[in-house]
Design a protein around this ligand. Structure first.
Ligand code: ZN
Length: 499
């Protein structure tokens, strides 16, 4: 009998304060989950853990069974019914018999009835196949729970932010699993958790304490002290008892790995705790930031100046239609600006109806109330010419999600003279230049680019930017954690409480 590995992806970063729903169709980045052979076809050869699992299965000569590939943009919790539809194909594949399970998960998924959807998934797999080896990859923004750690044998995660090492993380997990199955190693997990929520605006290894911690993790892997070491600096916008900074390390039990794994884990978390004050993000007033960007751009910067609207980032559950930063940019009269993307299906429909070349006046954006953080949607009135209308079908060519297809829905460009605004039907974080290029805007030629993103924009846009200015708008991804009415978070926790 040929050996069989079950390879599956169920991925959602759940912002429990988000106004956006998460139906079945939201998975597959808006085209619905891929099932069976379609799952493998959609992700083979891409920069994803799933693709790495497929490659290692092939090189090990085992059959890859791929029940589902499902990733949604971050948003509110999925219903129990949607979650069951996602999990059932995985359970059926495990029940049919397999030699290993490899899961490409996010690690901050909350669903109706569970604050820890990944923990539930792993527990249910264990209930079907108590002895089967299970390897998991997580996003950097994971909230690690005891149930996850108790039910997985190998855990790895991304070491980069923007996440450009997704394949690498998958490769590491699958290689450890393969070596285990060949009898070369015996994985053992150590993990730890801190009462600390590092600001996502300070998560990137190039910015703060994460750099030192990730360097320690890489050195521990390179030297053979442990098999894998992963920092998971939390997803702050999921209100769960597990939300907090953690680390997880895989040692080789045959070579004293249990102790080594625990001490590497402790060393990583000790750095995070000692440098916790550096994980706090302090924003400037919006008007000040926009005028600073204007000054730099108007002085003749050698490339676009980026204005980062980080409080309404759909890549973390933002509505992506909060107009506060756009309004300030228009008010201060910045010239030669491109903005992407504003999610507004009504505006797209009106522009499509008017047609390319038509002049329109729209109530743009601001259609979404955000009751869980006490905000009401507020559109702004904008006049301009409809420049372009596209079907919004894109393929990433930059370093993040390279080769993966995505779906903006119909998209239209509104040109106000000073600003070209990309308006889309669906949410999408701008981390790849394709977000402008697919609708005829050359981002490198603009003086200013406004992006609804926090850190991932850096993957595609940092190399072309002359300067970057973070702009404090508003929304459900604000860096000001005091805005969120947490109920389940374990307290005390830094920096919400003095620790
Ligand atoms: Zn992430």
């Amino acid at each position: 009998m040929p050996k069989r590995w079950v390879i599956a992806q169920i991925k959602h970063e759940t912002n429990t304060f988000s106004p956006l729903a998460t139906p079945w169709e939201a998975f597959g980045h808006g085209s619905g989950p891929r099932l069976g052979k379609d799952a493998a076809a959609a992700l083979a050869g891409t920069n994803s853990p799933f693709a790495a699992f497929l490659d290692v299965a092939r090189s090990e000569g085992v059959e890859a069974v791929t029940p589902i590939a499902a990733e949604s943009w971050p948003s509110y919790l999925a219903s129990r019914e949607t979650f069951e539809r996602l999990v059932r194909p995985v359970e059926a594949a495990v029940r049919a018999g397999c030699d290993a399970v490899l899961l490409d998960l996010h690690g901050a998924m909350v669903v109706e009835g569970s604050d820890d959807a990944e923990g539930e998934l792993l527990r249910r797999i264990r209930a079907i196949a108590p002895q089967v080896p299970v390897a998991v990859t997580f996003d950097y923004h994971t909230n690690l729970s005891p149930e996850i750690a108790a039910n997985a044998n190998v855990i790895t995660g991304y070491k980069t932010y923007p996440h450009v090492d997704m394949y690498e993380a998958g490769r590491l997990a699958a290689d450890i699993l393969a070596r285990w199955l060949r009898g070369e190693v015996e994985p053992v997990l150590a993990w730890g958790w801190l009462p600390l929520i590092p600001s996502i605006m300070r998560h990137a290894p190039e910015d703060g304490p994460s750099g030192e911690i990730v360097a320690l993790a890489r050195e521990a892997e390179r030297s053979g002290r442990v098999l894998a070491a992963t920092l998971l600096p939390a997803f702050a916008h999921a209100d769960t008892p597990y939300t907090g900074c953690s680390a997880v390390v895989v040692g080789d039990a045959r070579r004293g790995g249990r102790e080594a794994a625990q001490s590497v884990c402790d060393e990583m978390l000790a750095i995070a705790w000692a440098r916790r004050a550096e994980y706090v993000f302090r924003a400037k007033p919006l008007a000040e930031s926009v005028s600073e960007a204007k000054r730099i751009g108007d002085a003749g910067a050698a490339g676009p100046v980026l204005l980062i609207d980080h409080c309404d980032n759909c890549g973390s559950g933002g509505a992506q239609d909060v107009m506060k930063v756009v309004e300030e940019i228009l008010k201060q009269g910045l010239e030669d600006v491109a903005i992407a993307p504003i999610r507004d299906p009504d505006a797209v429909a009106k522009m499509a109806e008017a047609g390319v070349g038509a002049n329109v006046t729209l109530a743009l954006g601001g259609k979404t109330d955000m009751p869980l953080v006490g905000l009401k949607g507020r559109p702004i009135t904008v006049s301009g010419k409809v420049r372009t209308i596209t079907d919004g079908e894109i393929v990433f060519r930059g370093p993040m999600y390279t080769g993966v297809k995505s779906h903006l829905g119909r998209s239209a460009v509104l040109d106000t003279g000073r600003a070209q605004i990309v308006v889309t039907e669906r949410p999408h974080e701008p981390f790849d230049l394709v977000i402008f290029r697919h609708c005829g805007i050359e981002p490198t030629a603009k003086r200013f680019l406004m992006l609804k993103s926090r850190i991932h924009y850096r993957a595609g846009f940092k190399p072309i930017a002359a300067a970057i200015v973070e702009c404090q708008g508003e929304g459900v991804t604000t860096a000001d954690l005091s805005v969120f009415p947490y109920r389940k978070l374990r307290r005390p926790i830094y920096p919400l409480d003095p620790l």
